[in-house]
Design a protein around this ligand. Structure first.
Ligand code: NAD
Length: 355
């Protein structure tokens, strides 16, 4: 346990439960909003329309062009639309891409976000925003972008395809796993992280046999909430750095990249963070082997991707990825060494179980 810590956590109001979308009108009233702008991706526009119907006169309009990594052009267009409508609230319904667009608007107009997450990415629990300009994603932290209210309705996740559900869930587990060895960790976050990993690992196994099981969906979304909360409140390390590099510089898909890298990044820190490793294994219900191996087994059993080669990376990219990952120094329990990172990436490329 960290014997010294500061606990100072901004809170969102959380409404959780199957069918909780029915509480939307009351929650919007609570925020005092009269003109809500609804945000979604093109794929989820029907859900945005449903929400607009629920809201009636309080719905000011729908912007359904959210895309991955919040390109500056789409942020500008959505901000201009918000201004034109005189929006006093943004409702982000969808995954991290849609929440990210809401954050880009809130950053400029200081309006409250009500998030309705439909994946397990966890962005709704963080004050972190990212905007991509000229191919480079810049991230920052601002308390104004943390959603004021989050409605977690597991029924809205039933449509998330099984494969995406699994990689999204592992993406969430990655937040908690790194939270367990965060430099600025604290005992409350560690309890939440361990519970988040346990809930997601159990939930994902149940989803694999029945993706329409609402109890399994609830367990996964509950775990995602906890893992997202950890992400929002303690620092991340090598795992998130590597995934940011691979996603940003090689355009690899976000959640599958987290899924492939996680066992290897955790294995990298295995010796330097023994207490975190113990907790990861305990959360996964495993006593044998290492935490990295236990995660690899979980991911393989879920039939999720295990090799970077299967995500479109080529072996010639590995040297460049290593260089980029080393270019900005950051804290990690195990010192960052070039050869070791190159080795990690090679193993992840090959889909080899960490040892
Ligand atoms: P996403 O939001 O890009 O969603 C992927 C696709 O799935 C989209 O087409 C979306 O419409 C669809 N989808 C989402 N929910 C669905 C559902 N229930 N049913 C059917 N389709 C559904 O993916 P994501 O993994 O949630 O988010 C990834 C993005 O979020 C990345 O850009 C990542 O950097 C960002 N992110 C940011 C933070 C943060 O704290 N700022 C945290 C996590 C992720």
């Amino acid at each position: 346990m960290n014997n010294e810590f500061i606990y100072d956590i901004p809170q969102s109001r959380v409404i959780f439960g199957a069918g909780s979308l029915s509480q939307l009108v009351g929650e919007i009233e609570r925020l005092g909003a009269k003109k809500a702008l609804i945000l979604s991706t093109p794929e989820q526009v029907k859900l945005a329309e449903k929400i607009s119907t629920i809201l009636g006169d309080v719905s000011a309009g729908i912007y359904s062009k959210a895309v991955m990594h919040v390109p500056i052009e789409s942020a500008r267009e959505a901000r201009a639309f918000a201004k034109e409508l005189g929006a006093d609230c943004a409702i982000a319904v969808g995954g991290g891409s849609t929440t990210g667009l809401g954050k880009a608007i809130a950053l400029e107009y200081d309006l409250p976000i009500l998030a309705i997450p439909t994946t397990y990415a966890g962005s709704e629990m963080t004050p972190v925003y990212g905007i991509t300009e000229n191919g480079i994603k810049k991230t920052g932290k601002d308390p104004r972008v943390l959603p004021k209210t989050v409605i977690y309705d597991p029924e809205l996740t039933l449509t998330l395809p099984l494969e995406m559900s699994i990689t999204s869930g592992i993406n969430a587990i990655a937040h908690a796993a790194e939270g367990l060895y965060a430099q600025n960790g604290n005992p409350i976050m560690s309890i939440l992280a361990e519970e988040g990993i346990r809930a997601l690992a159990d939930g994902l196994k149940k989803l694999k046999t029945d993706s329409q099981n609402i109890d399994a969906r609830s367990l996964c979304l509950y775990g995602a909430w906890l893992c997202g909360y950890v992400l929002g409140n303690v620092g991340m390390a090598i795992h998130h750095k590597l995934c940011h590099t691979l996603g940003g510089s090689f355009n690899l898909p976000h959640a599958p990249t987290h899924t492939v890298i996680l066992p290897h990044s955790i294995a990298y820190n295995e010796k330097s963070a023994p207490e975190a490793m113990f907790k990861i294994k305990r959360a996964l219900g495993v006593t044998e082997g290492t935490a990295g191996q236990a995660l690899f087994e979980l991911i393989s059993d879920l039939d999720a991707p295990i090799a970077l080669s299967s995500l479109g990376l080529t072996s010639v990219d590995l040297d460049k990825a290593t260089e980029i990952a080393l270019s900005n120094p950051y804290w990690n329990p195990e010192p960052i060494k070039k050869d070791a990172i190159r080795h990690l990436l090679q193993n992840a490329f090959n889909g080899q179980k960490p040892f």
